[in-house]
Design a protein around this ligand. Structure first.
Ligand SMILES: [Zn+2]
Length: 182
């Protein structure tokens, strides 16, 4: 994580001291404390009409070459749901709709120290699955035939999906790709 050296409120050089049981950056001029917090990110379990899951093979660190769920960091001007659908579109070319939140996981990160990851269940509505700029490959996999998944948090969301839904046909509505669709 890039360390802040100056106070964002007044520009003074920051000191480090224990505040509320943790070592934190503090400003001795304006007495502000800079708290480090997890960074929000999102990912999508996209299930097709055969209950296969859409995965992306990573082209960027960490874990280049491993498969994971499509996802990424939230932008400032979007909701977590919008972020999940945007990342899905950018990384795979697939458009979808959010069915529900599967869960939240706090995961350790080398750069951000902690990432708060929201996992959504998404049904595909269109588009052609093709790798975006950050991906080497995209593919649909059955839960029984999954490749090695890069992140434990993603494995957890897939497990939550496969435990809660034996089939997704009950969830499908107007606009979703029908059984036998592309
Ligand atoms: Zn200050």
């Amino acid at each position: 994580m890039r360390e802040k050296s100056h106070c964002p409120y007044c520009g003074s050089v920051l000191a480090e001291r224990v505040v509320e049981r943790s070592l934190r950056k503090c400003c001795d001029t304006c007495h502000e404390v800079l708290y480090d917090n997890p960074v929000p990110a999102v990912c999508a379990v996209v299930a097709d009409h055969g209950d296969r899951i859409l995965l992306v093979r990573r082209g960027v660190p960490p874990k280049v070459g491993f498969w994971c769920l499509p996802g990424g960091f939230m932008e400032l001007d979007e909701s977590p749901e919008e972020a999940a659908l945007r990342e899905l579109r950018e990384e795979t070319g697939v458009t979808g709709r959010i069915v529900r939140l599967l869960g939240l996981r706090a995961t350790p990160s080398r750069i951000y120290r902690s990432v708060l990851l929201a996992g959504y269940l998404v049904l595909p509505q269109g588009g052609e699955a093709a790798p975006g700029s950050d991906a080497l490959e995209v593919g649909w996999f059955t839960v029984e035939g999954l490749p090695e998944i890069a992140f434990e948090s993603h494995r957890t969301f897939i497990r939550q999906f496969s435990t809660a839904y034996t089939r997704t046909s009950d969830l499908r509505g107007p606009g979703d790709l029908p059984p036998g669709g592309p």
